[in-house]
Design a protein around this ligand. Structure first.
Ligand code: ADP
Ligand code: ZN
Ligand code: ZN
Length: 726
């Protein structure tokens, strides 16, 4: 019996020893028992790794008939774990996608003959039965469907033959297989000169090992058409293609475009894909039958057998950053994977983040630019509305949020028969309910956060943990019957105002909560495209990637949302979001007009947005970060200590604070109660580590964390280069 170290999809870095009667190779997938569970693991080491009694070593239960995990993927697992201070097992978990992916699931009925053909001499049988006997002349076992198809007999014949003892039936489980994707590369779109040059630049890279390229083009310049050409080259070389997209923008619109170009719908991978589909897709990926996969950040970890290019669409988007289980920045990890696989990666965006811009400046990434909008489309004109001077007027429905100027523009646009869009990055009806009689505000029982009112569903919902309850009729504190009042606007409330102001307009809301399912999102988008919507009101879902050629007016209800945040990236994110939203207008032949409602008309970020002046925004942002030595000019890491027991979390946090590293080029902050002190029932404390760029921040963290003993009811999460500081 040989012993193997098996890496399991659990929160461990270590491997576990199992025995097997036979030779196995590194990377092979196996089934083992662990405690009461059965788990899929990967052979990681050959030979014993721990000092345990041979007799206690459990046997490997099954070896999967799947290609082994490649060396490149192994290095990827190790480097992702190392970089993000995560257990290797948790990274493996993402590679496996779902433990059950590997397990056979589909029931197949196999039939075999109990009596040999030659023993039938002298027995009279029907022609149907005869056909079945003949069918089994040169085989011993077959699936029901195959028998039926080849013999032409009905199922009744088979059943009767079982009854009379001629046939045996048994059921087995097999892997469900996806069919191989066949691509068609002949539908190339005619590109403009600028697009063609950019495309050729990317195409050449597909044959030349690792490269990272920023595809930097203004909204509507045709970045998708351009990177499609690089995708086509990879497919031509029979390589696999991975396109990472922000989850929310993965809509039928994009998929249709893809299908039109490549004659095949890409395999889709994100949290809402049903498990059964995922299992099929996973297998198609590892077996090489999948040619193109489009997915959210988690699709980066799948075991591609022959990856040829990675594209990160809307690469500035914050949804590539994961902040649960393993904290990682998907875009950065995608660059790492491309490097290890020795393939090109394309980062496509109209508003690159500062990290990416600096990587270009330092020569680590190449850059390809698109400066013109496609065809006759020009960039929209953006204007500022000072809410203080241009006050929204109250109506029969109550408080208003749309300024008279914007109301007039909406009216004009309706008259012209053109489409408008109102943007407010707040779900629900109101972000908060407050009692006018006693001042009580309704808070989430599990988080330090207010519950938002959702009037369409009649609920109060926590946007942090998902807690929901029916909206109470009376104030929970003073029992007042008419005290509870909605405070501030969400998209539902804007829709209410719009419907009251323009009763004849066709209004739709697009928001991630009412429309968590893709069908509904696609539906509203399709309606908008088909011109069945006059005014579309939505959250940041709207900012991403959609193309509405007849949309000419965009109104941003609150351009200050996010500007006042104190986060490292709040200005950058606001600039990106507003530029993206503005970029939805005027994508067709008609010119677009955008209004930003604000309390701060002189704000520099807004000024850069209205002038389409990214460079000057980037300069402001660079100087601010350079001054404070913040990323990308320094490194940051957050430590989040949490527990359901507040005191336990606090004690651990303070112990960590006491032994904080004191060295040149290193600074620590905290501990302090997190802004979201209570989140999903856990009390949280934060510490922040800031170092110079040349410091190995992971090493510093490891040493630091090893100095404190952590009780089992306390969890420590590390977030390298955090995006959230809550
Ligand atoms: P971006 O991603 O840069 O915002 P898209 O790739 O979505 O831009 O292109 C914007 C619109 O212009 C899309 O409707 C697209 O189909 C169209 N388009 C861009 N380039 C071409 C082209 N060469 N031929 C035809 N349509 C194009
Ligand atoms: Zn009250
Ligand atoms: Zn909550």
């Amino acid at each position: 019996m040989a012993v193997y170290g098996v890496l399991l999809p659990l929160v461990f870095d270590d491997v576990f020893d199992y025995s097997f009667d036979g030779e196995l190779n590194i990377g092979q997938m196996v089934l083992v028992s662990f405690g009461k569970e059965e788990l899929v693991g990967v052979i990681y080491k050959i030979g014993k790794t721990a000092k345990i009694d041979d007799k206690k070593i459990k046997p490997i239960k099954m070896v999967f008939d799947l290609p082994p995990i490649s060396d490149e993927l192994f290095s990827f697992i190790e480097k992702v774990a190392q970089y993000n201070l995560a257990p290797k097992g948790m990274v493996l978990k993402m590679v496996l996608g779902q433990t059950s992916n590997q397990l056979p699931k589909q029931k197949v009925q196999l039939y075999s003959l109990k009596i040999k053909n030659e023993n039938l001499d002298g027995i009279r049988i029907s022609s149907g039965r005869k056909a079945v006997f003949d069918f089994f002349n040169d085989r011993t076992e077959a699936e029901k469907d195959v028998i039926l198809k080849e013999t032409g007999v009905s199922e009744n014949v088979l059943n009767a033959m079982i009854k009379s003892g001629f046939l045996d039936k048994r059921e087995i489980l097999v892997n469900e297989e996806a069919i191989e994707q066949i691509v068609n590369l002949s539908n190339k779109v005619e590109l403009t000169d600028e697009q063609e040059k950019a495309a050729q630049n990317l195409v050449v890279k597909v044959d030349n090992g690792f490269s990272a390229t920023l595809l930097d083009g203004i909204t509507g310049s045709g970045k998708t058409e351009v990177y499609f050409e690089a995708v086509a080259r990879a497919l031509e070389l029979s390589k696999q293609v991975l396109v990472l997209v922000p989850e929310i923008s993965l809509t039928t619109q994009w998929l249709k475009r893809f299908e039109k170009r490549f004659g095949v719908i890409p395999l889709i991978w994100h949290s809402e894909v049903p498990l059964k589909e995922k299992a099929k897709t996973w297998k198609a990926i590892i077996n090489g039958k999948a040619k193109v996969v489009v997915g959210a950040r988690s699709s980066l970890f799948l075991p591609y057998s022959n990856l040829g290019i990675i594209v990160v669409d809307e690469s500035h988007d914050h949804s590539f950053k994961q902040e649960s289980l393993v904290n990682y920045q998907g875009r950065d990890m995608a660059v790492l994977r491309a490097h290890l696989e020795r393939i090109p990666i394309v980062l496509s965006t109209a508003t690159p983040d500062l990290e990416t811009i600096v990587n270009v400046e330092e020569g680590k990434y190449d850059i390809v630019k698109l400066r013109k909008r496609f065809a006759k489309a020009v960039l929209p004109e953006i204007k500022i509305i000072d809410i203080k001077k241009d006050k929204p007027e109250k109506g029969t429905w109550g408080v208003s949020f749309i300024t008279p100027t914007l109301v007039d523009e909406l009216k004009n646009n309706l008259k012209k028969g053109e489409q408008s869009m109102l943007f407010l990055n707040r779900r629900g009806y109101a972000p908060l309910m407050i009692c006018r009689d006693c001042g009580h505000r309704i808070q989430c029982p599990h988080c330090t956060a207010w519950l938002a009112e959702h009037r369409i569903s009649g609920e109060l919902i926590c946007h942090h943990c998902g807690f929901r309850m029916f909206t109470p009729k009376r104030c929970p504190d003073c029992a007042s019957e008419d005290g509870l009042t909605a405070c501030g606007p969400g998209v539902e409330r804007i829709a209410e105002e719009v419907k009251n102001r323009f009763p004849d307009a066709r209004v739709e809301i697009l928001s991630s909560d009412i429309t968590t399912n893709y069908k509904e999102i696609s539906n509203v988008i399709k309606k908008t495209q088909d011109r069945e919507v006059d005014i579309l009101i939505g959250t940041q879902i709207l900012a991403k990637g959609h193309n509405f050629p007849d949309l000419t007016l965009v109104g941003v209800i609150d351009a200050d949302l996010g500007l006042m945040g104190s986060d490292l990236r709040s200005s950058e994110q606001t600039f990106q979001l507003l530029s993206q939203v503005a970029g939805r207008a005027g994508r067709g032949e008609k010119k677009g007009l955008v209004y930003l409602q604000t309390l701060y008309p002189d704000n520099l970020v807004l000024d850069a947005v209205i002038k389409h002046d990214r460079d000057s925004f980037v300069d402001i942002e660079k100087n601010a970060r350079l001054l404070l030595k913040m990323p990308p000019y320094g490194k940051l890491a957050a430590i989040i200590v949490s527990s359901t027991n507040c005191e336990a979390a606090e004690t651990t946090a303070y112990m960590l604070g006491k032994c904080a590293p004191r060295m040149e080029n290193i600074m620590t902050l905290g501990p302090a109660p997190a802004q979201l002190h209570l989140l999903r029932g856990r009390y949280r404390y934060r510490l922040l580590l800031k170092t110079a760029k040349n410091v190995n921040i992971q090493e510093v963290l490891k040493k630091w964390l090893s100095m404190v003993k952590v009780k089992s009811n306390v969890r420590i999460d590390v977030d390298i280069n955090p995006y959230s500081f809550m």
